[in-house]
Design a protein around this ligand. Structure first.
Ligand code: PRP
Ligand code: MN
Ligand code: MG
Length: 178
């Protein structure tokens, strides 16, 4: 595991089960509707790759890159668009795909931004959520796992751009960020 990690929070098989559960819910809910998955770069790449392949329906994908954390461990609340969507989402059934909702600041900003583009529907699927860290309440339809308020990395999640390629979710050893 390496000296920078404390413990495994969610292993590969738990993650796969969580993704399969989310995909089954989404499959059932979007029956008869064309789905546009909007992935939030960079953290959501692994969730998007696995979730999209677990769906039993055609779905299109687009990506938005936003960043609020920079190199720190706390959300700044100041969200920057690094890359916008390629296409107009007006009239489409949009499902935002996120890796984690921590303070909720990133997503609450993103949802009001996307809502102003008049999609037919707008929902959120997040792999992880930290209920104890929420600064804003967000209505999230699909949640993989509620987790404790610890700094987690892996499966897309980074600390200063490291650890994204771990196949599991682990907690960071305090010496790395303190
Ligand atoms: C992380 C994570 C979420 C957001 C959640 O992204 O991927 O998008 O922070 O935090 P919040 O709920 O407190 O706003 P980050 O800004 O680190 O960019 P990244 O996805 O490129 O790592
Ligand atoms: Mn992110
Ligand atoms: Mg990050």
């Amino acid at each position: 595991m390496g000296p920078d990690l404390e413990r495994v929070l969610l292993g590969q098989s738990e993650l796969a089960e969580g993704i399969a559960r989310l995909a089954a819910e989404i499959d059932a809910d979007y029956n008869g509707r064309e789905l546009l998955l909007v992935g939030v770069l960079k953290g959501a790449v692994m969730v998007m790759a696995d979730l999209s392949r677990a769906l039993h329906r055609p779905a299109t994908m687009d990506w938005m890159a936003i960043s609020s954390y920079g190199a720190g461990t706390k959300s700044s609340g100041v969200v920057r668009i690094l890359k916008d969507l390629d296409a107009d989402i007006a009239g489409q059934h949009v499902l935002v795909v996120e890796d984690i909702i921590d303070s909720g600041l990133t997503l609450s900003w993103l949802l009001s931004n996307l809502r102003s583009r008049n999609p037919a529907s707008l929902e959120v699927c997040t792999l992880l959520r930290k209920p104890d860290a929420a600064k804003v309440e967000i209505d999230v339809k699909y949640v993989g796992f509620d987790i404790p308020n610890e700094f987690v990395v892996g499966y897309g999640l980074d600390f200063a751009e490291r650890f994204r390629n771990l196949p599991f979710i682990g907690t960071l050893a305090p010496h790395v960020y303190s």
